[in-house]
Design a binder for this molecule. Structure first.
Ligand SMILES: NC(=O)C1=CN([C@@H]2O[C@H](COP(=O)(O)OP(=O)(O)OC[C@H]3O[C@@H](n4cnc5c(N)ncnc54)[C@H](OP(=O)(O)O)[C@@H]3O)[C@@H](O)[C@H]2O)C=CC1
Ligand SMILES: Cc1cn([C@H]2C[C@H](O)[C@@H](COP(=O)(O)OP(=O)(O)O[C@H]3O[C@@H](C)C(=O)[C@@H](O)[C@H]3O)O2)c(=O)[nH]c1=O
Ligand SMILES: [Mg+2]
Length: 293
């Protein structure tokens, strides 16, 4: 099976390479091969590839910066997925497109189901919502896979920020009133690949919108504390993690207060394993701190 991977240099993309089994070959154009800020080049690029499925892990992911780079965020997160979906449909191959919990406003008070109404609070979320709509508007088979709070050994993420700040400061102040579920890039890569393989092998699977995170829930503060608890004596020093409110940590973008995702339908349909977030965090820290990645 051949997979066309967009965003192969990102944190999810790099993990997908590690998780691809021997039966899967991956074509992953870099920015130099296919610059996605020129979406009009996508059609001919995709048309020329001999592949069975497309996974789109490319995106504009700088949540705060997006507030002042709206156009760029919309090109990458809305126009690109629409073009990819159209190009996939033209070839008759399925698409797995990755989206985000930030399409929700976070006021539901319970885990969001895929069918719940979206109401993004910031430009990043709005651009990702527009990408979902563009994918749904095309006729091909696609899975829109929403995930959340992704972290891992590759690229920038909250876990790596905490490990760095922990080396530099005695006290970290972290918001304790935004709930969600951290998701290890390794588990998300496995889920994305399982869905891609299933779409190829089962032409009767018409896709749709699905959620995947690790199991359980916490806050960003709870996540930060767990990082230092689980890293333990492997870190030279351990900072105090002080719980603060969102109001005490002003940022350009508003973020949802509770963006837990209900993943039941995904687990049932695709038989994906969903480790608890702490178990996944422990494994990820082992990889990083024991340099086994
Ligand atoms: N990170 C998170 O916490 C979450 C992420 N998601 C979604 O998951 C998906 C993967 O995210 P993640 O792996 O964290 O993202 P990263 O920011 O780590 O990676 C983004 C990828 O997109 C590529 N890209 C960006 N701009 C261009 C461009 N102009 N031309 C070509 N490639 C480009 C990057 O390439 P380059 O290396 O050259 O910059 C990189 O490979 C995205 O859809 C994201 O919205 C959803 C929920 C949470
Ligand atoms: C660094 C830091 C952040 N925070 C807060 C800010 C914010 O509310 C929360 C998370 O901060 P970050 O900026 O690291 O995370 P953020 O960029 O909001 O992460 C999001 O990225 C996009 C791509 C997604 O799709 C989301 O699912 C989510 O993972 O923690 C603190 O309270 N203290 C700190 O020291
Ligand atoms: Mg960020």
């Amino acid at each position: 099976m051949k997979l066309l991977l967009l965003g192969g240099t990102g944190q999810l993309g790099r993990e997908i390479f590690l998780h691809a089994g021997p039966g899967l070959s991956i074509v992953a154009p870099t920015r130099r091969d296919l610059d996605l800020v020129r979406p009009e080049t996508i059609d001919s690029y995709v048309a020329a590839q001999d592949v069975d499925v497309i996974v789109n892990a490319a995106a504009y992911t700088a949540v705060d910066k997006a507030e002042s780079e709206r156009d760029l965020a919309f090109v990458l997160n809305a126009e690109v997925p629409g073009r990819l979906a159209a190009a996939a449909a033209a070839k008759g191959i399925p698409l797995v497109h990755v989206s985000t919990d930030y399409v929700f406003d976070g006021i539901k008070g319970a885990p969001y189901r895929p069918t719940d109404p979206v109401a993004p609070l910031g430009v990043y979320g709005a651009s990702k919502e527009a990408g979902e709509k563009a994918v749904r508007a095309t006729s091909g088979r696609a899975v829109i896979l929403r995930t959340a709070w992704v972290y891992g050994p590759f690229g920038g993420n909250f876990m790596k920020t905490m490990l760095r700040l922990g080396r530099e400061r005695d006290v970290l102040r972290v918001v304790d009133d935004q709930r969600g579920t951290p998701t290890a890039s390794a588990d998300l890569a496995a889920a994305s690949l399982a869905i891609a393989v299933r779409l190829v092998n089962d032409p009767g699977d018409h896709g749709g919108t699905f959620h995947f995170t690790n199991a359980g829930e916490t806050t960003w503060c709870g996540f930060a504390r767990a990082i230092f608890d689980l890293a333990g004596s492997r870190l030279a020093r351990r900072p105090d993690v002080l719980a603060i409110t969102t109001a005490e940590y002003p940022t350009p973008a508003r973020r949802p207060a509770d963006s837990r995702l209900d993943c039941d339908a995904t687990i049932a349909r695709y038989h994906i394993s969903q480790p608890d977030w702490r178990t996944a965090l422990a494994s990820t820290l082992d990889r990083i701190l024991e340099r086994t990645i």
